[in-house]
Ligand binder design. Structure first.
Ligand code: FS2
Ligand code: SF4
Length: 552
């Protein structure tokens, strides 16, 4: 195995014996093979579209879910990957047939041109799959810079796929997003592409990331209403509870509906905290507060929660035996030996009965905190306060906004983000989204004229809100360039959704982003230089000097 797609990769170089995340070599290789076959699938969908043929929506969705399943901490199940590899081979075969048919119609003969191996390799047995899976990983691309650009593109696509999947589940889709995912995948097989062409694709990926986050924002807000500033209770009640983690709001809604009147309470965890701010969920009396912090603390927190935990997406940490039987995965999330809630039938709902029935037999959660946190400051809520914000900027009460969105992680060097939050002067406001916020959202940082100093826009995808806010602010203060605004960026990354968000910020024209706690291992020296020269990206460094620069 070789994997270097996340920030916690071994020695900031690459995991080559077992993932720091817990991913086994077998699963890592199978994920590589699935991505390889998705590239083959995409080769055909590109050819079909070039010949004005139609690609079925099922193929679009399969490619999207396949990409999503390989994001860090989503799925650890070899069985699931064998199933998806089988499906990818079948889909690829059908597409190859469709391609030939179209070609014959157009040219009156069979297509006999070159095809990449990813479009033709076919296994005879599981052993063939196992062997091939060892060969087709990241290191197959020998040139370090080409590899870096290809992987940067693929990780951006993985992030896009995750967000597009949430939107799709809510009935919101966009053809050009599906097409770009496949275009990008196929492009990574194209040996003729120059470095500049690959770099342009990476930047296009950023545009696509912004479009996808906008689509998801539309899906979420048109279905559940605009998030409202909400004070979220951190204490627990005396009834059994179900803890919901991950990002999928549809799962959350269906679980709330099905558990009403069943004598159990629902709590949010990690990236599900922002669900607390949606008007549609507030009508449920059994919807309680938030339990615990970000994903990496789950071993202790899940133990103490006592009730079932529903993982709707990442980030799963390999569970301890003491609570493994209380974990349920759903959607593309999976872990061997853990119960899985099956997909909803067409037009129907998922059936969360097993989770609800299991909850009834458990003890209430052990309280681990008290007090509250605020969330729900997405673009609509901030627009409603735009006059007050602009006034506070103009009269000098607010000197700067510091965007500290992104991910949290388990390593100690992430205390940097807590320290920066503490060190920022009292006239600075932190704009956040994603699970990065758990590093500072429980600090007593006060407010500026009633505007809290930590404004949480929501999940990592709600970073989109911050782009909207920056654009609206530019209009309000008549700034020509987004970089002329009193906004600085200090971004924490961990997995590939953060890569998509980062590329989205670059596409939106944001310059001088600080990125930490380390720069991605998959950026080669030359690719890093391009990002530094073109966009002024810099790694986070000392707290004091960074705060100085952020405030400059
Ligand atoms: Fe946090 Fe994990 Fe949101 Fe990431 S819960 S690092 O997947 O997507 O952010
Ligand atoms: Fe290592 Fe991260 Fe890959 Fe897991 S996802 S194997 S921790 S690089």
């Amino acid at each position: 195995m070789f994997c270097y797609q996340c920030q916690e990769t071994a020695k900031n170089t690459g995991c080559d014996t077992r993932g720091v995340c817990g991913k086994s070599p077998e699963v890592s290789n199978l994920q590589d093979l699935l991505i390889y076959l998705l590239k083959g699938v995409s080769t055909y969908t590109e050819m079909i579209r070039d010949m004005d043929g139609e690609v079925s929506r099922d193929v679009d969705v399969f490619v999207m879910k396949g990409l999503f399943s390989t994001v860090t901490n989503v799925n650890f199940s070899a069985d699931d990957f064998y199933d998806w590899i089988g499906e990818a081979l079948e889909i690829r075969e059908e597409l190859a047939g469709q391609c030939q048919e179209l070609y014959r119609e157009k040219h009156g003969e069979e297509y006999t041109g070159d095809l990449p191996e990813a479009a033709t390799w076919t296994p005879d047995s599981d052993e063939d799959i196992e062997e091939k899976a060892k060969e087709v990983g990241v290191l197959q691309t020998e040139n370090e810079d080409v590899r870096s650009l290809r992987e940067l593109l693929i990780y951006g696509l993985k992030g896009i796929a995750a967000y597009a999947d949430h939107a799709y589940i809510l009935g919101h889709e966009q053809d050009d997003i599906y097409e770009f995912m496949q275009h990008g995948l196929a492009a990574t097989l194209d040996e003729s592409l120059s470095g500049d062409e690959l770099t342009n694709l990476v930047l296009e990926c950023g545009d696509c990331a912004v479009d996808t986050m906008a689509l998801l924002d539309e899906a979420n807000t048109s279905t559940y209403g605009h998030p409202e500033p909400t004070e979220v209770d951190l204490s627990t009640d005396d009834r059994p509870g179900i803890l919901v983690s991950g990002h999928d709001l549809k799962d959350f809604e269906e679980l709330l509906e099905q558990s009403e009147g069943e004598g159990v309470d629902i709590y949010t965890h990690g990236e599900m905290l922002p669900a607390q701010a949606y008007p549609a969920f507030k009508k449920y009396d059994h919807f309680k507060g938030n339990y615990g912090g970000s994903w990496w603390k789950q071993k202790e927190e899940f133990e103490k929660f006592n009730g079932p935990i529903l993982m709707t997406t990442n980030c799963i940490v390999p569970p301890k035996d003491s609570y493994k039987d209380r974990i349920y995965t759903t959607g593309v999330a999976g872990f061997e030996g853990v119960s899985h809630i099956e997909d909803r039938p067409e037009g129907g709902s998922k059936d969360f009965t097993p989770v609800i029935e299991a909850a009834k037999k458990t003890k209430p959660p052990q309280e681990i905190e008290s007090g509250s946190v605020m969330t729900g400051f997405a673009h609509n809520a901030l627009s409603e306060r735009a006059d007050a914000v602009v006034e506070a900027i103009q009269n000098g009460d607010i000197s700067r906004f510091v965007v500290m969105s992104g991910c949290d992680g388990r390593f100690k060097d992430r205390e940097y983000f807590t320290e920066v939050a503490k060190e920022l002067p009292e006239d600075a406001i932190i704009l956040t989204s994603g699970c990065a916020k758990f590093r500072y959202n429980k600090l007593e940082l006060g407010d500026i004229g009633g505007i809290p100093r930590v404004l949480d826009a929501g999940q990592c995808n709600d970073s989109y809100s911050l782009v909207v806010v920056a654009k609206k602010l530019a209009e309000a203060v008549d700034a020509d360039d987004i970089n002329d605004l009193p906004i600085s960026y200090d971004i924490a990354w961990y997995e590939q959704k953060a890569v998509a968000v980062l590329l989205g910020l670059l596409a939106a024209g944001v310059k001088d982003i600080k990125l930490g706690p380390t720069l991605p291992a998959f950026l080669s020296e030359n690719v890093t230089s391009v990002l530094v020269d073109k966009f002024g990206i810099a790694p986070t460094s000392g707290v004091q000097e960074d705060v100085k620069e952020l405030m400059a």
